[in-house]
Design a binder for this molecule. Structure first.
Ligand code: ADP
Ligand code: UDP
Length: 254
């Protein structure tokens, strides 16, 4: 329900949204648009789904809608717990308004349980507890396959300062505490996840997204995988599983 620069959300609240202008970037799963306000962007969640650095690609109907709603809920929850995020408001089924950030080309990963690349790299059995949770940086570059890097690399190659490194570690570990609790209340285990950060006016914000595309979530009792591993491993019911996580943590998808 949109007229002019005003959008009425489903609670009847009129949002003053910036006018969508032109496409800024098209990533593997989302597109970013400039707006009439240079400090804000519109993030569009597409149905495109990719894995293995873009080598496996499919469109999964409804993913954009679930992920946009999922991300809005998580970002609002994190804000309520004192984490600064780029999220401003959800403006349609597949779009949200966000602060425009200068992104650091870094992926921050926290792991509570061994799965995915750490199992191969360190010869670990999938499913073992990692205590205390461990932290990894990756350099965001598809052509290089997002290589794992250390904090010295971030500084030496000018991807971020020592202060950026400290802030990203503290914020990602804080997000892990907040979200592990939220998921556990729904009998879900937050196995691992990836975050990206950026700055606006010198302030660091959590950017990008926090959705089942960028984390691993298992049912606590059965350890059934409910995240993007269902797509990576061809297990089926990908969107149904994203919807299950959403409804279990209290997200209204209607
Ligand atoms: P990718 O191909 O990197 O997986 P996505 O489809 O997820 O990309 O597109 C999102 C892109 O937008 C990423 O490059 C991400 O770093 C960037 N981005 C996320 N949030 C913001 C923001 N608030 N401001 C500017 N860029 C952002
Ligand atoms: N991840 C992501 N984007 C990436 C790489 C990883 O969102 O480009 C997420 C992934 O979904 C998982 C966590 O980060 O929740 C750790 O991923 P891992 O290093 O195990 O890589 P994978 O084997 O999943 O490629």
């Amino acid at each position: 329900n949109c007229s002019g620069n005003h959008f009425t959300n489903k609670s009847g609240v009129i949002l003053d949204m910036s006018e969508k202008k032109e496409i800024l970037t098209t990533g593997k799963a989302k597109s970013l648009y400039t707006t009439s306000d240079p400090s804000k962007l519109i993030m569009e969640y597409r149905d495109d789904t990719s894995a293995f650095d873009g080598k496996k690609i499919e469109k999964l109907a409804g993913k954009g809608t679930v992920n946009n709603r999922f991300n809005a809920f998580i970002m609002e929850h994190l804000e309520s717990e004192g984490v600064k995020t780029h999220f401003i408001s959800q403006i349609s089924d597949i779009e949200s308004e966000v602060k425009k950030l200068e992104m650091l080309p870094i992926e921050c990963v926290v792991r509570n349980i061994a799965a995915g690349s750490i199992c191969k790299r360190l010869g670990l059995e999938e499913g073992i507890d990692i205590e205390p949770p461990t932290f990894e940086f990756f350099y965001k570059d598809d052509d290089l396959g997002d290589p794992m890097i250390n904090e010295y690399h971030i500084n030496s190659f000018g991807w971020g300062t020592e202060k950026d490194v400290e802030e990203m570690k503290i914020l990602t570990l804080k997000v892990n505490k907040i979200l592990s609790k939220l998921f556990l209340q729904a009998d879900l285990i937050l196995v691992d996840f990836k975050l990206e950060f950026g700055r606006q006016d010198g302030v660091m914000y959590l950017g990008d997204e926090m959705t089942p595309d960028g984390c691993r979530v298992w049912d606590k009792e059965t350890r059934k995988k409910l995240d993007k591993d269902r797509f990576r491993q061809g297990l089926g019911d990908v969107i149904e599983s994203y919807q299950e996580i959403a409804s279990r943590i209290g997200i209204d998808l209607e």
